[in-house]
Design a protein around this ligand. Structure first.
Ligand SMILES: Nc1ncnc2c1ncn2[C@@H]1O[C@H](COP(=O)(O)OP(=O)(O)OP(=O)(O)O)[C@@H](O)[C@H]1O
Ligand SMILES: [Mg+2]
Length: 384
């Protein structure tokens, strides 16, 4: 990111509800005008973090700064922060124009200024003709846009959005992703966006924080999270993953991972990335689209590949790709995605094939308390 400048700094923030630690020593910076996603499963503390930014909750310990100024004692309505609620909370008896103008009138701005800003906002959300309509007569997507216009018309420094697309059907949700992204870059307000949908976070965010149990597992650009996950939890949360857990060995300066009796080749660069050592417990993560599937007769002992013989147990046609689930004699399962029609008619359920990946396509992560090393069942289930 060019010219990144810190806007919000969350420093060592902890928040407990009884015995639940909703935020556990969270430290995080968000940039000016950044589209930042908080991503994690239900109950991991996303909403709590947003509510602390908005001032609706107070941290038990730690501080939140905006522009270097401590917000702790600043009341919610005095913060240059606005929150868009999932329910939109539009006033049903007011038309669209008045809904958007409401906050500005509360501030006592001159009528001409209010009119200018509301018309701009209506233009921005692409609904200038709906000014006189009541919320009850709007579609879900239109209500969403009006709520957004109402939130940005006050020109906050930060807009907090808690699962803003959750109420929309899938098609509209995908359209609104682009819309939100466009809008955000036009208004230049920092968006802190909560979602438990990793695809949503990856397609919209400049950067995202992956959370678990009130803790931040990793902060990075979507590409960093996908290609260089910090641990197994992130690797499995972001995208699909084939996982092989084992112990690292270095034999004649080549790095290998031993699982049971099998040795898999590992990228030395990946071993160094995490500072792992001989004997470290680690997992190889291979994305399904990075795996290959080939005919059994094509077995070649190449040093830059890992290859196994396996049997096809499931095939699913996705239009643009084929998904295969294959299983080795030892019971290892792999999920392989083949783009296009390539390879499709050549294999059938029951065929014995070669499955594998280039050593450099294998991501290595340290084995730690966060991951789960047994995802292939889950992957197979997703095919159904
Ligand atoms: N006011 C409260 N009183 C008691 N416990 C709370 C309160 N608010 C949140 N919690 C607990 O804190 C944890 C984090 O909740 P939070 O709402 O922040 O999760 P979330 O990541 O937003 O989840 P979801 O995706 O389901 O919205 C949960 O275990 C929740 O039950
Ligand atoms: Mg929530």
């Amino acid at each position: 990111m060019n010219g990144w400048r810190e806007l919000i700094r969350i420093e060592n923030v902890t928040k407990r509800f009884g015995s639940t630690v909703a935020a556990d020593h969270i430290t995080l910076s968000i940039g000016e005008g950044e589209f930042f996603a908080l991503l994690g499963p239900s109950g991991c503390g996303k909403t709590t973090l947003l509510r602390m930014l908005a001032g609706f909750e107070t941290p038990d310990s730690g501080c939140i700064f905006l522009d270097g100024k401590d917000l702790t004692a600043v009341r919610p309505w005095k913060r240059p922060v606005n929150m868009m609620f999932q329910s939109y909370a539009l006033f049903p008896h007011m038309n669209v124009y008045d809904n958007i103008a409401y906050g500005l009138r509360q501030e006592g701005l001159p009528a001409a200024e209010i009119d200018r800003r509301v018309r701009n906002a209506l233009e921005l959300i692409g609904l200038p003709d709906l000014a006189k309509r009541k919320p009850g007569s709007l579609s879900g997507g239109q209500k969403q846009r009006v709520a957004l216009a109402r939130a940005i018309v006050k020109q906050p420094r930060v807009l907090l959005l808690d699962e803003p697309l959750a109420a929309l059907d899938r098609k509209l949700r995908v359209e609104m992703r682009l819309e939100l992204k466009r809008l955000q870059s036009e208004v230049g307000i920092a968006f802190v966006f909560v979602t438990h949908d990793q695809e949503e976070a990856l397609t919209m965010a400049d950067r995202a924080a992956v959370m678990k149990d009130g803790r931040i597992m990793q902060v990075g650009t979507p590409e960093e999270l996908y290609t260089r996950p910090a641990n197994l939890y992130v690797a499995q949360f972001i995208g699909e993953a084939n996982v092989i857990g084992g112990r690292l060995e270095c034999i004649e300066s080549e790095w290998l991972l031993r699982q049971d009796t099998h040795l898999f080749r590992v990228s030395g660069a990946e071993v160094r990335r995490h500072g792992l050592m001989q004997g470290s417990l680690a997992a190889i993560v291979v994305r399904p689209e990075r795996m290959f599937i080939a005919s059994a007769s094509s077995v070649a002992e190449r040093k830059d590949y890992n290859g196994l013989s396996a049997r096809v147990i499931e095939i699913a046609y996705l239009g643009s790709a084929y998904n295969f689930v294959v299983q080795t004699d030892e019971g290892r399962r792999f999920f392989v995605q083949v783009q296009g029609a390539e390879g499709s008619p050549s294999y059938r359920v029951g065929d014995v094939v070669m499955v594998g990946w280039g050593v450099e396509q294998g991501i290595l992560v340290p084995m730690d308390e966060f991951g789960n090393t047994n995802p292939p069942e889950g992957i197979a289930n997703k095919l159904r």
